[in-house]
Ligand binder design. Structure first.
Ligand code: FAD
Ligand code: DLZ
Ligand code: SF4
Length: 520
């Protein structure tokens, strides 16, 4: 009852699958006695790309657990399951249907994570003939206006400088006006291979409860043609479990996070990474609490500065930066293809056999877990997509659907900007291109490979070796004058014409046979 004694007209609050946070802006200020929260599992969100089965199961199960928690707190929650007979198939239709059946004064939303949905939501008020309010998503530490202000007048938008501003603004790892330890960045200490004798802690696994089991059966039935293994399923699906993962990371993995951040190892899918991106991106954890937990570990001497700074940089720096960049540059950003790359994605990205052991391992990890760690995404799969000149649309679609942490605000800048250089250098000052020797330096993959990483040309040569030089030759017009690439182009200059021709010939043969090789 309002002060006047009359019941005020209800608000309808829509909570999306990646907005599972109790103090979400749209939920704050709701009146439990009148307002209604709607959550809906819908075909449009589950199939606009054919998400990995595990990703759909994770999101649906986390949504259902969150809806129960909201009900337990006294909210009136309407939850539409995917297989409800009345399911309308898309978020707009679910909202429109409710407005027809009940009287609502306003629809309240939190800013979505993808431009396509934001563009759609901007039409809702006119179409629904009801006030629609979209609230800023305050779970991020940099709002869109802050990023725009920072970007204003800058020719280059480098993450490192944004990150320093964020450290100062939020007073993270700061000693008065100086960075703790005297340096902003400790990456030079973070490039070690993982020695055999170092034991990697087992990641936390959660046994599916009745809610998750029901979702697993649903996903098995409805999304059988989607990529990826549904089982075993052991993700955290509620905040309490996500906090267990966070605490275990801080205690068991964070101390080694920095040192082995770039390492890769055969059959080791999780290493010393945090595996928190799933939970951060759907809202079960907030970036603030994760950053604070890591910072605290340094202050109590539970983890070294290279690890803590390196980890915090990923969240306070990269995560906030890519989101800022996304909203600053969309929708044009999505259409970028600076290098005019146009090859189709090879079959082995979908699990067909390949002799490239590093690629095969990273795709296996991705298929089984809907996860791969950063260096696998960047320096194996991403590096291959860059060197092979794969069409950015195809690469973006693949990354968006295969990873359980993938939403366009974070996926697109990492693919278009970081791995493909398709934005022409807005995100990166030079392409992350590398030959087989980088992969050999950071992993043991080459030991298990059909190819020989030491050979540059010939049938046994590691394809990354000749594809790397081929990439530099083919894209000389774009990169030969880049000061950060002058050394590598001077080495290329010294190669004979015959050598360059041989590199190009073997690369052409490789591309011609790319899907045939997969079958042998
Ligand atoms: P950790 O290595 O433990 O890092 C800690 C946290 O830092 C992550 O949980 C994540 O929140 C953040 N982070 C680290 N690197 C980045 C980055 N480059 N951009 C944004 N946040 C970062 N991350 C996603 O969350 N979703 C994606 O769809 C996604 N797509 C990617 C695509 C490509 C091509 C590349 C190169 C990277 C992508 N990343 C993406 C970034 C990064 O690979 C993942 O965040 C990370 O592997 C998740 O595992 P983790 O939680 O164990 O990360
Ligand atoms: C990813 C996803 C999936 C698979 N399914 C749903 C869904 O059924 N209902 C929903 O509200 N959200 C889902 N999501 C998350 C949305 O796609 C996500 O909110 C938007 O892409 C914006 O980031
Ligand atoms: Fe990958 Fe080349 Fe090493 Fe094989 S030899 S694992 S293809 S880098």
């Amino acid at each position: 009852m309002t002060q006047q004694g009359a019941r005020r007209r209800a608000k309808l609050c829509l909570v999306l699958g990646d907005q599972l946070t109790h103090d979400l802006p749209a939920i704050q200020g709701l009146d439990k006695s009148v307002d209604v929260i709607l959550m809906a599992e819908v075909r449009e969100e589950a199939t606009y790309v054919k998400h990995h089965k595990k990703k759909i199961a994770f999101i649906f199960s986390a949504m259902r657990h969150f809806a129960y928690e909201l009900s337990g707190k006294g909210f009136s929650v309407l939850y539409r399951k995917y297989d409800d007979a009345n399911n309308k198939g898309c978020l707009f239709a679910e909202v429109a249907h409710l407005l027809k059946t009940r009287d609502f004064a306003e629809v309240i939303l939190t800013f979505p994570g993808e431009y396509r949905l934001y563009a759609d939501m901007q039409q809702w008020q006119a179409k629904l003939k009801t006030r629609v309010t979209i609230k800023e998503d305050t779970r991020f530490l940099a709002d869109k206006a802050f990023f725009t202000q920072w970007a204003k007048g800058k020719k280059q938008l480098r993450m490192e400088y944004f990150y320093r501003e964020m450290r100062k603004k939020h007073r993270i790892l700061m000693d008065a006006e100086q960075p703790e330890g005297g340096k902003w960045n400790y990456d030079t200490q973070n490039r070690n291979k993982l020695p055999d004798e170092v034991q990697v802690p087992e990641p936390d696994k959660f046994t599916p409860d009745a809610i998750t089991e029901e979702v697993l059966a649903l996903v098995d039935e409805q999304f059988g043609s989607h990529f990826g293994d549904l089982k075993p399923f052991s993700f955290a699906v509620n905040r309490q479990q996500a906090l267990v993962v966070l605490n275990a990371f801080i205690e068991q993995r964070l101390p080694n996070f920095g040192t082995y951040q770039d390492a890769m190892k055969q059959d080791q899918d999780w290493l010393f990474h945090s595996h928190l991106s799933f939970y951060l991106n759907v809202g079960l954890l907030t970036p603030r609490e994760v950053i604070k937990a890591a910072e605290q570990a340094w202050y109590i001497n539970a983890a070294p500065l290279n690890a803590v700074e390196g980890f915090i940089r990923q969240i306070l720096g990269w995560r906030e930066y890519v989101r800022g960049l996304y909203w600053h540059l969309m929708p044009d950003y999505k259409a970028r293809n600076y290098l005019s790359a146009n090859r189709p994605l090879p079959d082995f990205f979908w699990g067909a056999k390949t002799r490239l052991n590093c690629v095969s391992e990273c795709v296996r990890n991705t298929r089984q877990n809907a996860y791969a760690h950063h260096i696998q995404r960047l320096m194996v799969l991403g590096n291959f997509a860059l060197l092979a000149g794969i069409d950015p649309d195809e690469v973006n679609q693949w990354y968006l659907l295969v990873y359980a942490d993938a939403f366009e605000w974070v996926e697109l800048p990492n693919v278009t900007g970081m791995i493909l250089f398709a934005d022409g250098g807005i995100l990166a000052s030079k392409p992350y291109a590398a030959s087989g020797s980088y992969i050999n330096k950071m992993s043991d993959y080459c030991k298990h490979c059909h190819y020989d990483v030491k050979q540059k040309l010939g049938p046994s040569a590691c394809p990354f070796n000749y594809l790397y030089w081929n990439f530099l030759i083919e894209n000389a017009e774009h990169f030969s004058r880049n000061p950060r690439m002058s050394m590598i182009y001077s080495i290329l200059e010294k190669k004979s014409r015959d050598d360059k021709q041989a590199i190009q010939q073997q690369s052409t043969t490789f591309f011609n046979e790319i899907n045939l090789l997969a079958k042998t």
